[in-house]
Write a protein that binds this ligand. Sequence first.
Ligand SMILES: O=C(O)CCc1cccc(O)c1
Length: 549
Amino acid sequence: MRPQGRAPTESLYFTYPHFDAPEGAARERLAADTRVAIVGAGPVGMVAALTLAREGVASVLLDNKATFNDGSRAICVSRSSFAILESLGAVAPFLDKALGWTMGRSFFRGTQILEFEMSDPASEKYRPMYNLQQQYIEQYLWDAVAREPLIETRWQSEVTGITDHPDAVELTVTDPQATYAFRADWVLACDGARSPIRRMKGLRLKGENYEGRYVIADIRSGHDYPTIRRALFDPACRPGGTVLVHKQPDDIWRIDYQLADDEDEAEALQEANVRASVAAVLADLGETGPWDLEWWSVYSANTLLLDEYRHGRTFFVGDSAHIVPIFGVRGLNNGLADGQNIGWKLGHVLTGRAGEDLLDSYSPERRGATLDVFANASKSARFMTPPTRGWTLMRDAALSLALDHPFAGGLANPRQMTPFTYAESPAVLPDDPAFTGGAGVGSALPDARVDGGFLSDRLGAGYTLICFDERLAEGVRSLPDAPDVVCLAPDSEAATVLAAGPQAAYLVRPDRHVAARWTTASAEAVRDALARVTFQSLPDNAAAGTVEA
Ligand SMILES: O=C(O)CCc1cccc(O)c1
């Protein structure tokens, strides 16, 4: 919602573009079939399309709107999401605009009870978290999509029907000029929390709805507090409730405040009431300067997901597959990881670099990540918004204790997002038990400084072998369909971070998760591992195991 007198997308600081529906010559060129159709041109759909393009696969991106999503919605972008944006060649504007942050402070009845710092070692290229309004996230991704010849975008094009065939999916599309059908080999449903594709396929999200509703309001103010997450428990401005405050670029501040159980939602969302509540929060923060109201909405925490993210030739990606609480900032970041995961897997399958069985790893990997998010976010949601009087008593007891005993403040730590480890996935190998430390199989590869740059700069677009022995590197490079090989000095920072001895090696997937690792590697082992994790049979001449290394 926006203040009276302002149009639905009339922002104080952002100009929403208008996208025409396909018309004229563009309309005549619309493909009647395509390999991949992506429904929903939000951040998740655009990441999926860009990942496919990076794999050399063309896609059609459809969206029923004529512009970006209204309002800021998501605001926190994690380090791992920045790695995804970098892999898509899209990270530069994000780095220019977003506000990096590492620290949070929690207050109970006005007294600080916790200051937490997220891990930010010099060996990592990106900060653990960045704040950026969703419309900028969509704008910068759109700039990359618009540059990409392998992506055809159809705005104002609503998918109104979906029919499965043995070897394709037929989509019915309605745009301002016509209703037409076209076929796709694969469909990615990136169409959001209310997913029409999910509804048309008769699928339901399952899980829990949490007590507690929050108004989320963006304001413009010259408030000069640094970019530090603030959580106010039982503050004077909202007795018994919780308030979150985040700084965003362009002097925009996100204020999330909890509604009391007996507060009427429609009443609370009246502009005058939102203004009064925001003014009370600002007074509590000691901010007396002028401010403008930009946008507001209401939100309540849910942990809901589909039983299965793959249904035949359709994959559910992002909020269409799962809805996670905002606490701990995992919604958008989880969705971007989904988009990348299905994007590279489909790309590898469609370009003949992996067998189709690889696609069956999408649902277990990404459902596993969502369930992990739920485990953490449920704890945070109960702490932020205790569901019963008993939970409130316990939470307040912990917060009171924290006034004098800092250890108890740790309970108010939101446990910010870390990437999920796919240890049980069919698309990774069992770990080498001889490793003590480093990055386990399935985990996201940590970064390390290499020759004035970073290890992540050296990784290829496909699988990459990281090793520390030139003979092994040469043996792997001479394999048919060899992965990219990065050979580093045995005393490099990467060797320390990866707990790697001179004969060790890591096989890293296109999404920078570890597919396999060895304390003592050989070219044969790498060749066999690559065949297994890409669900391909070994070439005939490999059976005898003859590889020079
Ligand atoms: O700090 C948190 O735990 C949540 C921050 C957040 C993320 C997305 C939307 C929003 O209103 C707040």
